[in-house]
Each structure stands twice: as C-alpha cells, then as structure tokens.
Design a protein around this ligand. Structure first.
Ligand SMILES: Nc1ncnc2c1ncn2[C@@H]1O[C@H](COP(=O)(O)OP(=O)(O)OP(=O)(O)O)[C@@H](O)[C@H]1O
Ligand SMILES: O=P(O)(O)OC[C@H]1O[C@](O)(CO)[C@@H](O)[C@@H]1O
Ligand SMILES: [Mg+2]
Length: 964
C-alpha cells in the first residue's frame, strides 16, 4: 500500500506506522499475556516487578477501525486502566514507571523472554523505564527485536523513521508479507527524533540581568524538549552553574517542574553575572561539566553579554575539548561524541540591545513598568505644574528611553545612540520645553537612559538634566530613578508569547542542527519568529558599541536596526508638532481627515494623536470626524485638531473622537461624500476593525459616483478581535491580551488556592479565536475553544479526561489552577455556565468548574505601550501613504471621463496598512475584499495564528481528537 506523508518545510523526519491485521492480533496477544503475568502473584518475576514499584501505562495510537473491539478487549483485561489508555490497541508504547529501574529492567527482560507470541519484527514496541517524576531513564528491549528505540526497524514493515525531502506531498510504499493493512499513521517532525540510549539532552540557562519572560522561555524549552523525546536539563545560576557543574547546578527537569511558570516573573532557575566564565579556565570547566552531564545542546537565554559569551564558547569548543582529552578529563568516546557544541541563543534582556532582532524577551515588560510609572508621575506633575527627570535602565542602549518617550509623549529624551554636545542638548531641550510650556502644557517629562552620553562620551546624569531645568527654565523639578522596578513583576503578554514561541523554535533549531549549521539566535522581525546567525548577530551588536566608543555616531545609528531609527525620527516629529516651521512647502500641504469606526480598542487615541501631530510637523491640517460616519452624516461633526486639546491622548484608553459601528452606507454615503467635498479632504485615515474595513471598501467602490472619495484612503486596523484581512496585528489586540491575561492570572490563582478548581473564561473576539488562542498561550490555559474549531462532544470529553489526569498528576503541588478559555462564538450551546456544569458533573467529584466573564474589561484600560508605539508608527506611515499617493489619484480626480476606478494604480490608493510576517505592508482593499475575505464570517480566509494553537495545546499536553 502507498502512504502519503504530509510534509512540513525543509527536510523532515517522518515516522510512518502501518497497522496490519497480524500486528493487531499480535499486540492483543502480547498485552493479554503481559497483564496476566503481571497479575499472577505466584510468579516470582511478577513480584520483582511489583517490588520495583512499576506501574504500567499503555500509550496507544489511534486506529478507529479497531477501536471498539480494542476497548472491549482491554476492559476485559484490566479494569484499572483509564479510557485514554485503550483508545486503540494497534500500535504504541508501553511506559513503565519504576522507582528501581535496574530491578524493573531485569523483570521486564524476563517477562519478554516468556512471551512467545509476540512477533517483535512485525510490531516493534517502544519500552521505556521512567523514574518517579516521569523522566525516561532507560529502555528495555523486546525479544528478538532492536535493543534501542525503533529508529530503523525492518523497512516497509511496521514503524520506521526516515528523512524525506521537502515537497508538498511524499509517498512511501509499504508491504507486509501475507498480511493486510488496516490503517496507517504518519507523523512528521522537523528534525531527527531522539533515540533512547542516544536520546538527546537539551539544557537551558538564563544569564545576565533577569528579564520578565525568562520563565516562560524555560518552560517552553523544557516541555518542547520532553515532548520531542529528549531529556531536559536546566543550568542553575547562569554561567556560574556551568562553571560549578554537578547535579546541583545542572539538573534534569520534568514536565511538572515548570508548571505555572508562564505567569511568573524573574527567572526561577537563577541568573548571574559570572566573572569566571569570561576567562578560558572558567569556560574549560563549563565544557567539562556539560559533557559530564551528558548535555548535547545548550540554549542560552540572555542579553548581548551572555550571547557574546555563548559565541566565544562555541568558537573555542574544539580547543577546550582537545585540552580536556589531553588532560584525561574526558574519554575518547566523550571526545568523539561531543565534537560539536550545539548552542543556540534566545535573547532575554530588558535592554533590547541585540542586533538582528526587533525585540528581546523582557523589553516590553520593562517598557510597561516604565510607562505605568510615567503615567502616574504625569498626574502629580500636572497638579504641581512640575518637571520630572525620569531615569530608565539601558546601560548602552536607549531603546527603553525612546519607546517610553513615544508612549508617554515625553518632552525630551537623552539616549546613548544620538549624543550631541552639552551645549546642543541643553539648548534643544530648553527650546522644546519652553515651547510646550508657552502653549499651555503644565507638565514636563524628560527621560534619561542610564547610559546617556554627550558626544565627548561623558555621561549625562539625571542630576545634570535637573540642574539645567532648574537653572535655565526655573522649573520646579524632581528626579525619579525607576531602578529595578523595571525588571520586576510578571511578563506582559507579548513577552510570554515571544518567550514561548522562541523556546519552541530554539529546541527545533538545536534538534535540526548539524556540525555544518551555524549556531542560531532566535529572533523576531515584526510578527515573525526567525533564526539568525549567532556569530553575525554578536558581531553586529559589538560593532554598534565600538562605533559609539569611537564617537562615530552616524555609523552606530546606521548599524542599528531601521525600526530604531524610524522610531527616533517619529519621536522628534510628533514632539515638535506645529512648534517649528513645517517641513513641506505650501503646495504639498494637505487636509487629512481621521475617523474611528467600530468598538474602542487600545491605541486608537494614540493613532489620532500621532497622526495629527505628525501632520502638523509636515504642514498638513489634520481633521477629526467625530462619532464615526453617522456623526458626520447627521451632525457634520468635523473639527480640525488642536495640539493643546490633544495633550494626554497618546496614553489614554477609549476613543476621544468617538466611535461607532455604522458604515458610510448605513449612515448615508451621499451625505458623507457631500462633507468630504465641502472640506476638500486630500486624504483619509480610518482607524477601526471589520466595520472600518467594510467602510473602506464602500468608499472605494463609491469613487465612481462621488469624486470626493478620489483621494488616498488608508485603514489602520484596530480591534481586539484581530480579524481584519491584510494584517496579522490590529491595534488594541495587545491591550486586550494583557487585560485578559491579567484577569486570567487572578482567577487562576484563586483556582489554585481552592484546589481541584477549573474556571471556564468567556472570551471576546467575534468569530476570531485569536484572543483566546494567544491568551491561552500566555497563561498556560489547559484548553481553548475557538470559533474556527467549535466544540465537539468528543473533544470535550477528551479535555475532561485530560483535565482529570492533570489534576491527578498535580496533586499536592502548587500552581495547579486550571483555565479553559472559550471564545463566545465557539459554541452557542456550550455557554461558559453550561460548560462548567458539564465538566463538574463529568468530573464526578474529582474536581469542579466555575464560569467567569471578563466581558468588556477585555477592551482594556490604558493602552499598552506596544499599542501606543505601534499606533504612532502606523499613523505616520499612513500619512506617508497619503502624501505618496496624491499624484496617482489627483490627476484623475476631477475628470469623470478619465477616472477609472479599476486601474490598478488608482485602486492601490485605497489600502489596509498591515503587519504581514516580517513586513509592514499596504494591501489594496479591492484585493483583500474580493479575494482574501470571508465576508459572512467577518474573517480573513487565511488564519495566521493556526500554528500558535498547536503550540499552546502541546505545551499543556492537550490531546486533540478532532484536529482538522
Ligand atoms: N565577552 C565575554 N566572554 C565571556 N563571557 C561573557 C562575555 N560577556 C559576557 N559574558 C558572560 O555573560 C554574563 C552576562 O553578561 P552581561 O552582564 O553583559 O549581561 P547580558 O547578558 O548582556 O544581560 P543584560 O545586559 O540584560 O543584563 C557575564 O557575567 C559573563 O559571564
Ligand atoms: O541588576 P544589575 O546587575 O545591577 O544590572 C543593572 C543593569 O542591568 C540591566 O537592567 C540589563 O542589562 C541594565 O539596563 C542595567 O544597567
Ligand atoms: Mg547586556
């Protein structure tokens, strides 16, 4: 028979299991004999088995055709096995949990000798010995069969593993003598599956300053490694642990050891700044201890320093190994086996100073702490009309200061990347502050990065800034140093998700690595997790520092990622608003309207504020259409935006210019066109969700009839549902995720304290499962139900079973509160209350469930820093789009004869501004609406977060019975 193998990208390892009638019968016979023997108390071998503390679990793969028969037979054989264990009889593994592994192994070997009926060549069996915490510590052989895990059992019979080339589909020919196939199963994994004695061991360490998100990173690495058949280790206390070595510092971890870590701040495995590792002697000890522990791959989560250390360790490895062999510290076998150091970096640091990645794990959490603090300070500064100098962390990097400056619309920032002479920065700061004050601003906020310097490399301290503000501007000034508050607390949703996805990717990377593969660093570019070369990233990062040191600031800036430079330019433009002469000449200045459509979402005000202030700096006139299309059609609600009236909008939640779900057609598109004509708008920015998407479509289609709409129009997606076609990110999703995550953390804590309690949380998001999926990943929810999948009875019953198992395993441990996230539209029948009742009743007293409804709390309070800063970036890009597309549409604007809405250049002037993978891109509304949207469902056709669901499920051990 031919088996089709679904493939993932690149070269993959594929395991095909073919079930034959003979193997089925053989397996039934095998189990039958085994279990009878185990129960036979008169048999000495059976006693040995029991004395070794063995308990048997049978993990079986599915074969629906034989399920009923298998289940009946197994029920007969054993009453104590749970239903999940006998789903099918046809193929699978036996897991022996034994406290005395040697005794257990001996007893098992003896058992297999006795089981004559078992045709191991036909049906190779995976047999593990597992220690009390679930780690595989040994493998027993089956009679006549392979003595290792069946990596290469007889080809074309039973199970085999092979490398298959990348293509859409691949076929494998299988045959079994005198037998009939009754089913097949193919699973593809990226990378080699670990084999037992040669089973891989993956270790993770955290190093440098701690960063929120390190714990979720460790959790993801440990669990992914285990799920992929490896042993997982943690190195305690960073490089210090490597240098010290031994089981106290290099510990094997089980699945349960990292339970609940996604919601914990800091790093539970400790971190350090280790001087010894900077010396070769320290690294030599590190190498020895890794080899002694049998570690094959090391994943380092740390900042630029830690990864520089990792890179050095990698480059020195051959000589370290040679020295260890020459001094007889390691054997020849060890020398051969550990030839290649398999190392990988996940960047964890609040500083965000590593080149090639947009964000480091922890940076956005730290930014969150900073913005909250500045939001608080703003209130007291306003009361006293005071100036505040706020010092933020960032030893050699101004990312935190810059992003906080944008997110809180601070007056001035001082960062190491763009130093000027003492005179210059003082004059510039005083000029801006004076202008802001003279226009009625009562507060002054100056943010100073810890590493801020003047162009002669002398440090600029908060004290220096304080002195200037007091002496030159006579402002009542205070200094606030935020200190380690910035590194404290739990990670924000972005960092938890980033850390988790990068952890999974890091394990994939080390398992796929070969001696020829360059050591990877796991990065993120826009919305895409990427692999970069560790050596190149370290080299580039170093060159920025070197350029600063050499006072070549231009070069330093050019080596910085383009997004940093873009943010800096944006900050300066938004900050100067209309206080300086406009940048553009008179004939290029435009009238640009902005409107909010749909439900409020975090970042909407930031987008309006940034668009308006940036317009002012360019010389454009920004207008707000208040209360959406109905406000315009009914009340001519158009007002030009004024700088002072908008103060504070950058950090405010809700929608200051009002919003509603009405589309132009519902409001009266003729009236909308009339007012567009009256105000002579040259461009339109819509901020909103799916209704905004439909609005843009309606206006674009109406261009034929209404010349007033023949202007560039752009939509900035903004909705917590994140269901706008053309983007993977909408403003407001991050704020909503954080609001939901905080809510979930609180009820999870309550569930954990109550013991045996699960909560079913009702999640918003329309027909989109984005929020539920990502929140599940961020809080480690046991289950998430989404509209894309619905809720089947089979899945529900499987989930209840898994919950029961999970409660049982977690018994007596902390952190065992369980969450089930249910998107409102996942099922109309299973409301959270009904689900909670069904689960409670099915749990038969083992545990219980309650429902919880966060409701509109999910829209969030203050917008998150991510939503604020992205709003600024997207708003400025949107204004740029309107500037750039004037020519394309203006010539055809007045002339009905010439105007062709179907012309691709014309249709491209109405677009959605989105983040797609690693790019920020404009997509024409025509293309999106006609080809990429499921209009009735209000969803894009392609769901970009599908792979996240699989990861969320696998990290909590959820079993899917009805996966598509
Ligand atoms: N050049 C190097 N050679 C060897 N080891 C290094 C090197 N640089 C750093 N390390 C190791 O990495 C550890 C952490 O480095 P560092 O203190 O620079 O923090 P980091 O990883 O940059 O994190 P963060 O900046 O976020 O605190 C050091 O204490 C040292 O053990
Ligand atoms: O906690 P420590 O060791 O004093 O380090 C503080 C430094 O760590 C960081 O938080 C991260 O590198 C820097 O911004 C700061 O200068
Ligand atoms: Mg650093």
């Amino acid at each position: 028979m031919t088996v089709d193998i679904p493939l993932v990208n690149g070269t993959s390892q594929c395991t095909v299991t073919a079930y034959s009638q003979k193997s089925y019968e053989a397996s039934v016979e095998f189990y039958s004999q085994f279990l009878q023997l185990e129960k036979d108390t008169s048999d000495a071998r059976s006693t040995t088995l029991r004395n070794s503390g063995v308990s048997l679990q049978i993990l079986l793969q599915e074969d629906s055709t034989k399920q009923a028969e298998s289940e009946a037979r197994f029920k007969e054989l054993t009453s104590e096995l749970r239903t999940s264990d006998w789903r099918s009889l046809v193929s699978g593994s036996l897991v022996f949990k034994a406290t005395d592994v040697t005794q257990c192994k001996a007893a098992l070997d003896a058992q297999f000798d006795n089981i004559q009926a078992y045709p191991t060549d036909l049906f190779p069996m995976e047999l593990y010995a597992v220690d009390p915490v679930g780690n595989v510590v040994g493998v027993t052989k089956t009679k006549n069969a392979v003595s290792t895990m069946p990596t290469a059992p007889p080809a074309s019979k039973g199970t085999f593993t092979s490398t298959v080339p990348s293509s859409a589909q691949s076929s494998v020919e299988l045959s079994v003598d005198n037998d009939k196939f009754i089913g097949t199963d193919a699973s593809v994994t990226a990378g080699p599956t670990a084999d037992a004695p040669g089973q891989k061991a993956v270790a993770v360490m955290t190093s440098g300053g701690d960063a929120p998100g390190m714990n979720p990173n460790v959790r993801a690495i440990v669990r992914t490694a285990i799920a992929k058949g490896c042993r997982a280790y943690v190195v305690m206390e960073g490089y210090e642990g490597l240098v010290r070595g031994g089981p106290e510092y290099i510990k094997q971890f089980s699945w349960e050891d990292v339970r609940g870590w996604s919601s914990e701040g800091g790093t539970n495995i400790g971190t350090a700044r280790c001087m010894e590792f900077r010396e070769r002697a320290g690294r030599l000890l590190g190498a020895l201890h890794l080899i002694e522990a049998g570690v094959d791959a090391l994943i380092v989560c740390g900042g630029d320093g830690s990864l520089t250390g990792a890179d050095l360790f990698r480059s020195e490895w051959p000589s370290l190994l040679q020295e260890l062999k020459d001094t007889s510290k390691i054997s020849s076998e060890q020398f051969t086996r550990y030839q290649h150091l398999n190392i990988c970096g996940t960047v964890g640091s609040i500083d965000n100073d590593m080149s090639t990645t947009d964000a480091t794990i922890g940076a956005y959490s730290s930014l969150d702490r900073i913005c909250r603090a500045i939001d608080y300070i703003e209130a007291t500064a306003n009361s006293h009309s005071r100036a505040f100098v706020v010092e933020v962390m960032g030893r050699n990097c101004g990312w935190l200061a810059l992003m906080a400056g944008i997110a809180t619309s601070a007056d001035y920032i001082l960062i190491p990347e763009k130093p000027s002479s003492s005179r210059e920065w003082q004059d510039q700061m005083c000029d801006i502050v004076t202008k802001h004050r003279s226009r009625g601003k009562r507060t002054t906020i100056v943010i100073v990065a810890e590493g801020a310097i003047a162009n002669d490399l002398t440090p600029i301290s908060p004290k220096d800034v304080h002195k200037v503000l007091c002496d030159r501007l006579k402002l009542d000034t205070r200094v606030t140093t935020l200190g380690h508050v910035q590194r404290g607390g739990t990670a924000v949703a972005f960092d938890r998700i980033l850390a988790t996805l990068q952890g999974v990717e890091a394990v994939n990377a080390v398992l796929e690595s070969s001696p020829d593969t360059p050591s990877p660093l796991i990065a993120i570019n826009e919305n895409k997790i990427t692999r970069k070369s560790l050596v190149d990233s370290v080299r580039l990062t170093k060159s920025v520092a070197e350029a600063i040191h050499a006072k070549d600031f231009k070069k330093a800036m050019s080596l910085r990622d383009t997004e940093f430079v873009e943010h800096l330019n944006n900050f300066m433009a938004v900050n100067s608003a209309d206080h300086n002469p406009p940048k553009l000449p008179q004939d290029k200045r435009l009238k640009i309207a902005i409107v909010n459509v749909g439900a409020p979402a975090g970042g909407t005000n930031s987008a309006v504020y940034s668009m308006a202030t940036y317009c002012m700096s360019q010389g454009h006139r920004p207008y707000a259409i208040y209360n959406g299309w109905s406000g315009l059609a009914r009340h001519e609600s158009v007002r030009s935006l004024d700088w002072k009236a908008m103060l504070g909008w950058q950090s405010r939640g809700g929608s200051e210019i009002g919003t509603n779900r009405c589309t132009p057609e519902e409001a009266d598109i003729g009236m909308v066109a009339y007012y567009f004509q009256k105000y002579k708008f040259d461009g339109l920015i819509i901020v909103g969700g799916f209704e905004a998407f439909v609005s843009l479509h309606q206006l674009e289609r109406a261009r034929d009839n209404y010349p007033a709409f023949r202007i560039p129009m752009v939509l900035i997606p903004s909705t917590l549902s994140n269901n706008v076609p053309g983007t993977e990110y909408s403003l407001g999703t991050d704020t909503a995720l954080n609001a939901l995550m905080d809510y979930c953390d609180i009820i999870k804590q309550s569930a954990a304290s109550t013991r045996g309690r699960a909560f079913v949380v009702d999640v918003q998001g329309g027909n989109s499962g984005f929020l539920a999926t990502n929140a599940a990943l961020a809080v480690g929810a046991q289950v998430s139900y989404v509209p894309e999948e619905g809720i089947s009875l089979d899945q529900l019953s499987q989930d209840i079973e898994t919950l029961a198992e999970s409660f049982e395993t977690a018994q007596g441990r902390g952190r065992n509160g369980k969450l089930i996230l249910k998107s409102k539209n996942a099922s109309k029948v299973f409301t959270p209350e009904v689900l909670a009742e069904v689960i409670t009743s099915e749990a038969k007293g083992a545990f219980n469930a309650k429902s919880a409804e966060p409701g509109h709390v999910q829209q969030g309070g203050l917008p998150s820093p991510i939503d604020r800063t992205r709003a600024t970036r997207l708003a400025i890009k949107a204004v740029g789009f309107i500037e750039d597309h004037q020519e394309a549409i203006c010539s055809a604007r007045a002339d009905d004869e010439e105007f062709d809405p179907d012309d691709s250049e014309i249709s491209a002037t109405a677009a959605v501004l989105g983040i797609k993978g690693s790019n920020v891109a404009f997509s024409s509304i025509r293309q999106l609406y006609d080809f990429e949207t499921e209009i009735a469902k209000r969803m894009p056709k392609v769901i970009h977060w599908e792979s996240t669901r699989a990861i969320a499920d696998s990290l909590v051990g959820r079993k899917k019975v009805d996966a598509k």
